[in-house]
Design a binder for this molecule. Structure first.
Ligand SMILES: CCNc1ncnc2c1ncn2[C@@H]1O[C@H](/C=C/CNC(=O)c2cc(-c3ccc(F)cc3)cc(O)c2O)[C@@H](O)[C@H]1O
Ligand SMILES: [Mg+2]
Length: 214
């Protein structure tokens, strides 16, 4: 096909959403992916859990691993208080290019810094490059076998503090067994599973919320 799936999602946003209105961008993507073609956005069902955890944490500094088209980026940034920042990491330039346009369409570019590159290289540079002391909130939604190593890397780089909340997508489907084992068995985390369903489907999936205890 001539266009990519992310490009078709962007077109659906430009056609059906209102510029500067994040809610309409979220709805346009959800409608397109539910009725036209599936895509790996966190989606509306798990999105409600993401919203409730975000409202509870009210992070000043948030990190997202795996931007893709920017759906959860917009979902997170729309709930941030004035002056709060979200850094999102994406290593596929084509996906990053679409995400930038969707973020701009939602009018949230001032709250979001999209950094292109692999998380493994970028996490150690967060302090020096972005003046981050630590993150209040981390959303993990990139390659599933990278959740555990990147969490350990965030710890080692001193980017987690007492009370930092990690929220991980897809802990059931496709599944993140090593990550679950790590956060559920480590004395340094208080973990809880939020049952839901895979985006735009009836298959079970869920989010794992893990609070770093310091
Ligand atoms: C190398 C690790 N570091 C990375 N650093 C920066 N960006 C990264 C990284 N990994 C992956 N990415 C990016 O994150 C995104 C990858 C997400 C991987 N997600 C999934 O595989 C996924 C897959 C499903 C799924 C579920 C059921 C199915 F039948 C089929 C697919 C559902 C989801 O919600 C998913 O999140 C891409 O944009 C990729 O370019
Ligand atoms: Mg996901």
């Amino acid at each position: 096909t001539r266009t990519s799936r992310p490009q078709r999602i962007l077109k659906a946003v430009q056609k059906n959403a209102t510029k500067g209105d994040p809610e309409s961008v979220i709805s346009a993507i959800d409608h397109y992916c539910r009725h036209k073609e599936w895509a790996m956005n966190v989606g509306d069902d798990k999105g409600l859990i993401l919203d409730s955890v975000l409202t509870e944490v009210n992070p000043s500094t948030a990190l997202e691993l795996g931007t893709y088209c920017g759906y959860s980026t917009v979902r997170i940034a729309r709930l941030l208080s004035p002056g709060s920042k979200l850094i999102t990491v994406e290593f596929n330039p084509a996906f990053a290019a679409v995400a930038r346009q969707i973020i701009a369409y939602a009018g949230l570019q001032d709250k979001i810094t999209l950094v292109e590159g692999p998380s493994g290289d970028l996490i150690p540079k967060m302090k020096e490059r972005f003046g981050i002391k630590s993150f209040d909130f981390v959303f993990l939604d990139h390659w599933k076998d990278r959740y555990e190593p990147d969490t350990k890397l965030l710890e080692d780089c001193g980017l987690l503090k007492k009370g930092t909340v990690l929220l991980a997508d897809n802990v059931i489907c496709p599944g993140t067994p090593e990550y679950l084992k790590y956060v559920r068995n480590s004395p340094r985390y208080e973990s809880r599973y939020y049952k839901s369903n895979l985006e735009y489907s009836k298959v079970e999936d869920g989010l794992e919320k893990s609070v770093f205890l310091g």
